[in-house]
Write a protein of this length. Structure first.
Length: 604
């Protein structure tokens, strides 16, 4: 018999699920004749630590769900306290909880995924991030909390964006029609494939946890090859994240096309009466008490400071390493001291970082460290983190198409092996957004040692010619590139001082008259006051200083009624609203075409 503390409740949106899980686990452990200390977790961290220090359990059964419970935070606290616990450790928990980070891991390991994109509430309100139908969900929540499906004809997009309460990021994911499948993995063994049927639109919170909310078919009535593919993918995902104990992988399977897509991995699966993992364990002949006690006996790895080792080395990207030509230096006295005490420092730093207590300057942790061993690290924090093993593991950049990679690397300012706490996401964001191509950057520093960067680039709109020089500009007139002008396909040509800032409005008017637009070679701003249109056949169309859109519409009507633009004319003057003047003057000098190439490609 052993003494097990069960953590349940918590402070996340999944508190009620955790309370149910905790009650089931407590009963099962007591049935198996373990001494059990129930610990209902609240927002009082000091009380939690004091309770565990008084109880002195042999192990902790972590029955928490959601934030703080399965995102690496409570795992860091338990590491620091030196108490063995069930389920995955800090790194696997933190990465799996972040859907964006987890998908980057899955993609790097070649696992089948649905198309997805991370957007802000403002971006969702402005336009559909993906073709419909698609799903929106929080990046850092579980149990289908906050999940919505947007199909054709659904006008709730702006309403969902305005009411979003799950942070600044939204995961938009392709909706895959078909069947919901799930696979539990215990250790290195996938247990079974369950098909989940529900009368709900999808497998939402009520379907998961309400009585009669869903129907579970085990084994799923699917082809053997599909079942094997799902179990193989679940095991690979479990291993890619570095999970231990048990995890549950959720899939969508479209039996019309045969497509199987991994949605997410849950490192803290529910243990309620309607939960899937206990069902799959029972299918394999493992009773619920055996499931719980076996977990504590076999999978609660001792993670005391003296025995703490590095977790998985998850590879998110093949880029990001920064070679150093400097000669090796003798470690400082502080660094040597830190290296000798790495086993003690690393779990403490995991706990601090997971709880968001590590800052750029002095750190006060008296509540967690009454002895004061880590309370005055000050400006040496980055060195402490590096010596303790908290270093940059991988750097992933998403959204890069035109921005030169060397500029991105210089803006990030760190590479693999650098101290994680030396990296400032705020400063990196500012440097990235100073690059001409980059309109917005989102930078995340994860406890796992991974840095995730999502950039939104300005879109090339036109080529601007001024005094014989050419540059690519966006719709706002910002110069984004003076090289590789032919790398973006056919772009409108804007000519003259100020044309780059004013051309978008006129081009929009031309877009409403496609027969006119396809005949236009260049938009020429005359004296920064009015526009001429130079047609491919050499004709100049003179527009008025105001109401250019009305003049373009008039030009389109003339083309439809008399094919005016196809006639061998030199100039068409529309500056007067009540008359049309056609002139035959000496042919104008040709406008220089932009060069085909000016230097090598700058795109990575």
């Amino acid at each position: 018999m052993s003494h097990v503390a069960v953590l349940f409740g918590g402070i996340s949106t999944e508190r009620e699920v955790s309370l149910s899980t905790g009650r089931q686990v407590i009963a099962a452990l007591r049935e198996a004749r373990h001494e059990v200390t129930p610990v209902e977790v609240t927002g009082d961290l000091a009380a939690l630590i004091a309770t565990l220090q008084r109880a002195k359990p042999d192990a902790v059964f972590n029955a928490l769900h959601g934030r703080f419970g399965e995102d690496g935070c409570v795992q860091g606290v338990l590491d620091w306290l030196g108490i063995p616990y069930t389920h995955s450790g800090v790194r696997a928990s933190s990465v799996a909880m972040d859907k964006s980070a987890a998908k980057a891991v899955f993609a790097a390991h070649g696992l089948p995924l649905a198309e997805h994109r991370v957007v802000t509430p403002e971006e969702l309100a402005a336009e559909d991030p993906l073709d419909r139908p698609y799903v929106v969900k929080p990046v850092n929540e579980g149990s289908s909390v906050g999940v919505e499906i947007l199909k054709d004809g659904d006008n709730r997009r702006a309403e969902i964006a305005r009411g979003w309460r799950f942070g600044r990021q939204i995961m938009a994911e392709e909706y895959i029609a078909g069947r919901e499948l799930t696979v539990a993995v215990m250790g290195d063994r996938p247990l079974a494939v369950t098909e989940i049927g529900t009368g709900h639109v999808f497998y939402d919170y009520d379907a998961k946890y309400a009585d009669g909310g869903s129907r579970h078919t085990i084994p799923a009535a699917i082809p053997d090859a599909v079942a094997q593919a799902a179990m193989d993918a679940a095991l690979r995902a479990h291993q890619a994240l570095g999970c231990r104990g048990v995890s549950r992988s959720d899939f969508r399977y479209d039996d019309a096309t045969g497509r199987l897509a991994l949605l997410e991995v849950n490192t803290q699966p529910g243990m309620t009466p309607t939960s899937l993992v206990p069902e799959q364990a029972a299918y394999r002949g493992i009773s619920f008490p055996e499931l719980c006690t076996g977990w504590c006996r076999r999978h609660a790895m001792v993670r005391s400071p003296a025995r703490l080792r590095a977790e998985d080395r998850t590879r998110l990207s093949s880029d990001g390493g920064r070679p150093s030509m400097a000669a090796p230096q003798r470690p400082s006295g502080l660094r040597l001291w830190l290296r000798r005490r790495r086993g003690l420092l690393r779990p403490a730093l995991y706990a601090l970082l997971g709880l968001g207590l590590v800052g750029a300057g002095a750190v006060t942790v008296s509540a967690l460290d009454p002895a004061g061993r880590f309370a005055r690290l000050g400006e040496n924090m980055a060195e402490v983190a590096g010596a303790a093993g908290l270093t940059v593991n991988e750097i992933v950049v998403r959204g890069q198409q035109n921005t030169p990679r060397e500029l991105i690397r210089a803006a990030i300012g760190v590479g693999r092996g650098d101290p994680l706490l030396a990296f400032s996401p705020t400063q990196a964001k500012a440097r990235l957004e100073s690059i001409a191509w980059i309109e917005q950057a989102e930078v995340q520093r994860h406890l796992s040692g991974n840095i995730l960067i999502e950039i939104h680039e300005r879109k090339p709109f036109a080529i601007w010619q001024r005094q014989g020089e050419f540059a690519v500009v966006d719709r706002d007139g910002r110069v984004v590139s003076a090289d590789t002008l032919d790398a973006f396909g056919p772009l409108p040509l804007l000519v003259g001082d100020g044309a780059h800032k004013l051309g978008a409005t006129l081009y929009d008017a031309l877009s409403r008259e496609p027969e006119v637009r396809r005949r236009v070679q260049a938009l020429v701003l005359v004296n920064e006051r009015r526009w001429n249109l130079r047609l491919h056949n050499g004709t100049d169309v003179l527009l008025p200083e105001a109401h250019e859109a009305a003049a373009v519409q008039r030009l389109g009507e003339l083309q439809r009624s008399s094919a005016l633009l196809d006639r061998p004319l030199v100039a068409i003057d529309l500056r007067l609203p009540d008359r049309l003047v056609v002139r035959q003057n000496p042919a104008p000098e040709p406008i220089a075409e932009p060069p085909k190439r000016r230097g090598g490609s700058s795109r990575g």
